[in-house]
Design a protein around this ligand. Structure first.
Ligand SMILES: [Zn+2]
Length: 327
């Protein structure tokens, strides 16, 4: 039996995201003796005001927050972390790799742009599209307040204030579930969302390491997540939901649908990840180019890991082929 929602000691603080991208949740939790803020949304004045008002309505203020816990390093979940910590002295906690991965994701220098250009062109993306995508990148910069340090790291399997820490890399490499051990609820970040399919994007690897196949990794984590009793899930976006296995199964079946669309299509001469993205998203514009190519590459890597496709680089560009076409 799942506990009634009202007994979870959790209060959502929901704020708008920039670029009309919908809303993002922070959560206040006071069940463990320390007033804790899970996630820190975006660094807008509006988000700050909403947080202050929500705290005031319960007779508290930002200075009363004793701990900030992050579900992952994406910019729409860390924006106010620094400001809250500066004002309250709160302990900042998260996945041990969070500062490293934030640095790898949110760097705007020439070296990062060169890495992105090489990656995308190697996946078959025309260079004029890569150039216009890179021109747009600085638009994101004012909204990125990345976390460069933590006061406390939270390895997989450790415990914090009644929660068990469960790492579920995939959507991002730092995705973490906080599973309350007695009260029947979990803080689940963006690992699973009820009405959105979280899509792992391509990631820059740490120096000397290979790029992770993020959709393959995500599916492994979904299987792990399915086996955990989460109770009520408080997600990074959208309302709380109870049946997390149903949500996991919907995401996995979405991946299978895309797999079928790709397998029914690729010509015997092979397809690049960019061409596959065009097939999946015929109207894709430059503002979603990185996202769409990420989805396509993820599906192709998944199909290759399942033995359905094979890949080879020809003149520096990666192509995927049906296994039968090449014998
Ligand atoms: Zn998010």
């Amino acid at each position: 039996m799942i506990a009634p929602l009202e007994t979870c000691h959790i209060q959502p603080v929901t704020v708008a995201m920039p670029f009309l991208l919908g809303e993002v949740n922070m959560y206040l939790y006071d069940g463990g003796g320390t007033l804790t803020l899970f996630d820190a949304a975006v660094p807008t004045e509006e988000a700050w005001q909403v947080l202050q008002k929500t705290l005031a309505a319960r007779g508290a203020a930002v200075r009363d927050i004793g701990r900030v816990v992050l579900t992952h390093h994406h910019f729409d979940h860390t924006g106010l972390a620094g400001r809250v910590v500066d004002e309250s002295g709160a302990e900042l906690c998260g996945h041990p790799e969070l500062p490293l991965q934030a640095g790898l994701s949110y760097t705007f220098d020439d070296a990062h742009n060169a890495w992105l250009a090489t990656l995308l062109e190697g996946l078959g993306t025309p260079s004029d599209l890569v150039a216009s995508m890179l021109e747009r990148r600085p638009l994101q910069k004012p909204f990125v307040h990345r976390v460069d340090r933590l006061d406390r790291t939270l390895p997989d399997g450790t415990h914090l204030d009644g929660f068990r820490v469960v790492h579920v890399p995939g959507h991002s490499p730092t995705d973490t579930l906080f599973v309350h051990e007695t009260d029947g609820f979990s803080i689940t970040g963006d690992h699973i969302l009820e009405h959105i399919t979280p899509n792992p994007i391509m990631r820059r690897p740490p120096p000397g390491q290979d790029r992770i196949k993020s959709l393959v990794q995500y599916e492994e984590s979904l299987v792990r997540c399915r086996a955990v009793e989460l109770g009520w899930c408080f997600p990074g976006h959208g309302k709380p939901f109870a049946d997390h296995r149903h949500v996991v199964d919907r995401i996995l079946s979405r991946h299978q649908d895309r797999n079928r669309r790709i397998l029914a299509w690729p010509p015997g001469t092979g397809a690049t990840p960019y061409e596959t993205a065009r097939h999946l998203y015929p109207r894709m514009g430059v503002e979603v180019l990185f996202f769409c190519v990420s989805v396509a590459l993820g599906q192709l890597e998944l199909l290759e890991s399942q033995g359905m496709l094979t890949s080879s680089a020809e003149e520096g560009v990666l192509r995927y082929f049906p296994v039968t076409a090449r014998g």
